[in-house]
Ligand binder design. Structure first.
Ligand code: NDP
Length: 292
């Protein structure tokens, strides 16, 4: 039987509609999001524009602060402090990566953790680990939402996460480990030093692939019936397309879909969920649902 497609675009649009309804219920609330972009990274420009567009669609106030590549760390921290102290701003997002001369951790830590809608502040990372209410990083939060809304049977299942980044791998592993809905898994985290990854992936009921290697997970590496969430976004050359490239995930979709019970496509899987969850986190911040 063909794998069921987990449609992230559809779920993201449902979440957008839910946000609109909640905004109507609280019609005096105007969530405010500050987006800080340092330098001219073309991919970062695209991501920031997408977030800005979504804010406009929902009627949020967004401020995009485009800063020079040459800005000093102290100057950047001063910008962050301004937003920390601005009561109309409920979320602050630092678009990563930052230029090499800036210490990323110092910057993420400078954001008021109560406005940290990206969930990268150590307070939020720590609270996520111990299962306390917090801002959860948007991509892992989106994956969790997909698992819940597609009613994936997660409790007691073997979940294998490939990749251990602070943005995706570690937080999704922590989420899946919690004793809660759409989680309660037995979690294994694999990475570039893992010997014989197939040994783990073959036993997995759920695989989260967040590696950054085009089509890394092959059909031969998974068992029948597995649920596969592909986080990867990789550009690969494709002379047959007008742009000369195509976007593929970290999963060999065609061959894995033959064995999986459910799978996310790329594009249209995890990607749209990330922005939807950012909007949700920003609304929750404006409504003081996470922290008072
Ligand atoms: P990182 O580069 O930060 O982390 C990649 C992880 O994969 C590392 O832990 C690395 O191991 C591991 N890894 C790399 N090569 C291998 C390998 N051959 N075998 C096993 N593990 C390996 O990436 P991110 O987590 O930020 O992103 C992962 C992917 O997800 C990328 O394609 C990115 O574009 C995409 N992404 C998509 C988002 C979305 O909205 N859909 C959001 C964020 C990311 P080690 O730690 O040992 O180096």
């Amino acid at each position: 039987m063909a794998a069921k497609i987990i449609d992230g675009k559809l779920i993201a649009s449902q979440i957008t509609e839910e946000i609109k309804k909640e905004l109507k219920l609280h019609n005096n609330v105007k969530p405010g999001l500050a987006l800080i972009l340092v330098g001219n990274n073309p991919a970062s420009e695209i991501y920031v524009k997408m977030k800005e567009k979504k804010c406009a669609e929902l009627g949020y106030q967004s401020i995009v602060n485009r800063l020079s590549e040459k800005i000093t760390e102290a100057e950047l921290l001063a910008h962050i402090r301004t937003y920390n102290n601005n009561s109309k701003i409920h979320g602050i997002l630092i678009q990563l990566p930052l230029p090499k001369h800036i210490n990323e951790m110092n910057v993420l830590e400078a954001v008021d953790y109560k406005k940290d809608v990206d969930g990268f502040h150590p307070v939020n990372a720590g609270r996520l680990m111990i299962g306390e209410q917090c801002f959860t990083p948007c991509t892992p939060a989106g994956i969790h939402e997909l698992l819940k809304r597609y009613r994936v049977d997660t409790s007691g299942k073997n979940a294998v996460v490939i990749g251990r980044s602070n943005i995706v791998g570690k937080p999704i592993a922590n989420i899946l480990l919690q004793k809660s809905k759409g989680a309660n898994c037995t979690v294994t985290v694999t990475h570039s030093a893992t010997e014989n990854i197939t040994e783990f992936t073959k036993k997995a009921d759920i695989i989260i692939a967040a590696i950054g290697q085009p089509e890394f997970l092959k059909g031969t590496m998974v068992k029948k019936g597995v649920v596969i969430i592909d986080v990867g976004i990789n550009r690969v050359d494709d002379p047959d397309t007008p742009k000369g490239y195509k976007v593929v995930g970290d999963v060999d979709y065609i061959n894995c879909a033959k064995k999986a019970s459910m799978i996310t496509p790329v594009p249209g899987g995890v990607g749209p969920m990330t922005i939807a969850m950012l909007m949700k986190n920003t609304l929750d911040s404006a409504l003081k649902k996470i922290y008072n």
